[in-house]
Design a protein around this ligand. Structure first.
Ligand SMILES: [Fe+2]
Ligand SMILES: [Fe+2]
Length: 320
C-alpha cells in the first residue's frame, strides 16, 4: 500500500532578499499541481524570476521485536533521500509559477520552493568565473606540454591558432552585445554539460575511452566541474536576456566557433604525426547526441538534470 504524504515549504533565496511561498494540492498524488509565489521583502510580487521546486523523500521503517516478559519493542529507522528538482520555471506577472510534480516514491515527500535572488546569482557567477579561470590555466599547461613534445615548428602553428582564438574572445568582449556574449557562454556550457553527462554515463557503464592515468583524471575532474557549474550561464542568460530563439542561435554560433578552432588544431596535430588530414567530428555529435540535442528544446533547464553521484565523488578527491 502506498503511504504518501506531501508537505510544502517556502525557502528564501540564497541571500534572503526574496521569499518563495509554496502551495500544494492534497494527495493522493501521481502528478500534483504546485503553485509557487515569489515576493520581495515588502511583499510585492516579483515577475520573471527563476524558481525551482525540489523534493526530499522521508521514509521510516519500524520493526517490532519481542523482548523479555512477552512485551514488544519497536525499532524506528528514518532515511532522507534528495529527489532533485521536480519542476522549475519563471514567475508570471503576479509573481506566480504553476507547475505539476510527479511523485512516484512512497513515503513522506517534502517540497521546497527555491528562488535565487540577484545576490545569489552574482555569487554563483563569481564562483563560475573562478572555476573557468582555473580550467584555463590547466588547459594552458597541457598546451605547453604538447608544444614542448612536438617541437618549435608545430608549437608555432598551434600558437597561431591559440592567438586567433584569444583575439576573437577579446573582440567579442569589446564589441559584441551582452546578449551575444551571454548566449555564447550558455551555448558553450550546454555543450560541455552534454559532453560531461555522456562521459560520466560511459564511465558508469565501464565503456569509457579515457585513460586511467593523470590525463584521464584531469579530464574527469574538468567534466565534474562542468557538471557542478552547469546552471550558472543558463540562469544568468535567462535572468538578463531570456529569449529562447536567441539562446538557440547563440548556442549554434558558439559551438560552430569552437568546432572550427578544434578542427584547425586537429589538422596541425595530425600533420605533425604524418597522419592524413581529417575533419574533426565533435564528440557531442557522435556519442550522446540525444543529450546534446536536448539542450535545444524550449523547456531545457540544466538545473533539472540529475548528474548522479559520480561528479561529487570525483570532486571529493580534490576537496581542500
Ligand atoms: Fe575546458
Ligand atoms: Fe564550463
Amino acid at each position: 500500500m502506498t503511504a504518501q504524504r506531501v508537505s510544502g515549504r517556502g525557502n528564501r533565496g540564497c541571500s534572503a532578499a526574496w521569499l518563495a511561498g509554496l502551495a500544494v494540492a492534497t494527495s493522493p498524488l501521481v502528478a500534483a499541481p504546485v503553485e509557487v509565489q515569489v515576493l520581495d521583502a515588502a511583499g510585492k510580487p516579483l515577475a520573471g524570476r527563476a524558481v525551482e521546486v525540489l523534493g526530499r523523500l522521508h521514509t521510516s521503517f519500524s520493526t517490532r521485536k519481542r523482548i523479555v516478559g512477552g512485551f514488544y519493542a519497536y525499532d524506528q529507522q528514518r532515511s532522507v533521500k534528495e529527489l532533485g528538482t521536480l519542476c522549475s520555471g519563471k514567475t508570471d506577472a503576479q509573481g506566480r509559477l504553476a507547475c505539476s510534480v510527479k511523485l512516484q516514491a512512497e513515503g513522506e515527500v517534502e517540497l521546497i520552493a527555491r528562488a535565487k535572488d540577484d545576490a545569489g546569482l552574482a555569487a554563483d557567477v563569481r564562483e563560475f568565473i573562478g572555476q573557468e579561470a582555473q580550467h584555463f590555466q590547466n588547459h594552458r599547461r597541457i598546451n605547453e606540454i604538447i608544444k614542448r613534445q612536438l617541437g618549435p615548428a608545430v608549437a608555432a602553428e598551434l600558437q597561431t591558432i591559440e592567438d586567433r582564438l584569444d583575439a576573437d574572445y577579446r573582440r567579442f568582449n569589446a564589441s559584441k552585445s551582452r546578449r551575444f556574449n551571454l548566449s555564447y557562454a550558455e551555448g558553450f556550457e550546454a555543450m560541455t554539460c552534454a559532453m560531461a553527462l555522456t562521459s560520466i554515463a560511459e564511465a558508469e557503464a565501464g565503456i569509457s575511452s579515457m585513460s586511467p592515468g593523470p590525463w584521464g583524471q584531469l579530464w574527469m575532474w574538468h567534466l565534474a566541474e562542468e557538471m557542478e557549474h552547469r546552471t550558472v550561464a543558463f540562469d544568468l542568460y535567462e535572468h538578463l536576456e531570456g529569449s529562447y530563439a536567441y539562446r538557440v542561435i547563440g548556442s549554434i554560433r558558439a559551438q560552430a566557433h569552437f568546432q572550427r578552432t578544434i578542427d584547425r588544431l586537429q589538422r596541425v596535430l595530425l600533420a605533425s604525426q604524418g597522419a592524413p588530414a581529417k575533419r574533426h567530428l565533435p564528440p557531442w555529435f557522435t556519442a550522446g547526441r540525444g543529450r546534446y540535442l536536448d539542450t535545444f528544446k524550449p523547456g531545457y533547464n540544466p538545473g533539472e538534470i540529475d548528474p548522479g553521484p559520480i561528479p561529487s565523488l570525483i570532486l571529493s578527491r580534490y576537496a581542500a
